[in-house]
Design a protein around this ligand. Structure first.
Ligand code: UGA
Length: 429
């Protein structure tokens, strides 16, 4: 099928590329001329494992192209996907101005029947607004359908998640676009849930909030573990083997971050309020998450006492493994808090150092993870990169002024670290 994806960020670029890989003809459109130029020249604006290779193959095969022109994208395709940002506003509500602007642009360019699919995460009832807007601004007065098709991609695993989805959700107002949507997703062999638009939009917010709840739940359990001498990983393993619960998203940490969970939680709380329901449970999820970071910082201060002029090494800046994304990263938050206490930082991330440079000032960026600890009073692990499990621990211990390691991601075995001579402080163990 002929598809256009408007918005070439983490979601749009993966979506467009994976559609092309399945045999569709895809145009990825973005307003950012620099980004489109970079993509046309064979460059990549983001790091996502496996994506560059797929882009190259599909561009070479003539199935994937990039453009600045929404007009061109709309003219040449049957189905237009919206994958633009829906950032949080100061009060936690969602800024839908990009969605509104793109809806107007699509409407202005339509001269025949189109299916307009929203992939961006939006508040329930946004589909109605998109439909109203397109109707109002479509001069040619042609027919169209609006569809909600939320994405469930995890950064760092997005290509795999797209190619092997647990399910595909398609929210519609009429049956007309259903056959096309099923055809688009047929190559992925996933169950397709066809529902109404409001339910589809809610599925996304409800799913992300539930996953965030799972993390806050295990983080709360980690506090009880620390107070009682239990081990949160043992508890998570024991709980997770119950198939009704599942082991995934039960890794205690210094808190969740990223461009999705914090924003979607705030948005969902706001939306619920507007609909007359005080979603106190989700407010507690937010509170536990904020508290988890406070506890971790407190642990560092209690151990090192005064942080002023102490040198601390920080491993990990991205909000999670396998990405260069530092938006709402707990690791960056931690760095800023340590700096506020007067600590001097030596930092490393396998992929996110470039992006971190715009938000972290006056830190030493170290290229080799094994060199971060040189002359440090303590080392902190802030992101769950698997690479960090391969640290040369003997070298790290010798390089540290004092062998103190704070692990915000529980990457190492407690007994083994103590045997190696570390004062090792992790989460809930
Ligand atoms: C999340 C969802 O997992 C995706 O399904 C969804 O499509 C996406 O948001 C979105 O709305 O676009 P993402 O934000 O990329 O994906 O990352 P996750 O893997 O969910 O991790 C989020 C945060 O939770 C990270 O900071 C991670 O370190 C933390 N986390 C995750 C934990 O602290 N413990 C866990 O057990 C799992």
């Amino acid at each position: 099928m002929k598809l256009t994806i408007i918005g070439t960020g983490y979601v749009g670029l993966v979506t467009g590329t994976c559609f092309a890989e399945a045999g569709h003809h895809v145009i990825c459109v973005d307003k950012d001329a620099g980004k489109i130029k970079l993509l046309q020249a064979g460059g990549m604006p983001i790091y996502e494992p496996g994506l560059k290779e797929l882009v190259d193959v599909n561009v070479a095969a003539g199935r994937l192209s990039f453009s600045n022109s929404t007009q061109e994208g709309v003219e040449k395709s049957d189905v237009i996907f919206i994958a633009v940002p829906t950032p949080a506003q100061m009060d936690g509500s969602v800024d839908l101005s990009f969605i509104e602007a793109v809806s107007r642009e699509i409407a202005g360019a339509m001269t025949s029947y189109k299916i307009v699919v929203d992939k961006s995460t939006v508040p329930v009832k946004t589909g109605d607004k998109v439909a109203e807007t397109i109707k109002r601004y479509c001069k040619a007065k042609v027919e169209f359908d609006v569809v909600s098709n939320p994405e469930f991609l995890r950064e760092g695993f997005a290509v795999g998640d797209f190619m092997r989805p647990d399910r595909v959700v398609v929210g519609v107002r009429s049956q007309r676009p259903v056959a096309a949507m099923k055809e688009i997703y047929a190559p992925y062999n996933a169950p397709i849930i066809v529902t109404d638009i409001n339910s589809a939009e809610l599925i996304k917010h409800a799913a992300n909030s539930f996953l965030a709840l799972k993390i806050s739940y295990i983080n709360a359990i980690s506090v009880i573990c620390e107070a009682s001498g239990a081990n949160v990983q043992e508890v998570a393993n024991g709980m997770g083997m119950d198939t009704r619960i599942g082991r995934k998203f039960l890794d205690a940490s210094l808190g969740f971050g990223g461009s999705c969970f914090p924003k979607d939680l705030s948005a969902f709380i706001q939306i619920s309020d507007q609909l007359g329901y005080n979603f106190g449970l989700l407010k507690e999820v937010q509170r536990i998450n904020a508290e988890q970071m406070e506890r971790f910082v407190k642990k560092i201060i209690e151990t090192l006492w005064v942080l002023k002029n102490k040198t601390i090494g920080v491993l990990g800046l991205a909000f999670k493994q396998n990405t260069d994304d530092v938006r709402m990263s707990p690791a960056i938050d931690l760095c800023l808090r340590l700096q506020k206490e007067g600590a001097v930082l030596r930092v490393h991330d396998p992929r996110a150092m470039e992006k971190a440079k715009s938000v972290l000032k006056e830190v030493v960026f170290v290229d080799d993870m094994n060199e971060v600890a040189e002359g440090c009073d303590a080392l902190v692990i802030a992101t769950e990169w698997p690479e960090f499990k391969r640290l040369d621990l003997e070298r790290v211990r010798k390089a540290l002024t004092h062998p103190i390691l704070f692990d915000g991601r529980n990457l190492f075995d407690v007994e083994e670290m103590e045997r190696l001579g570390f004062i090792y402080k992790s989460i809930g163990r």
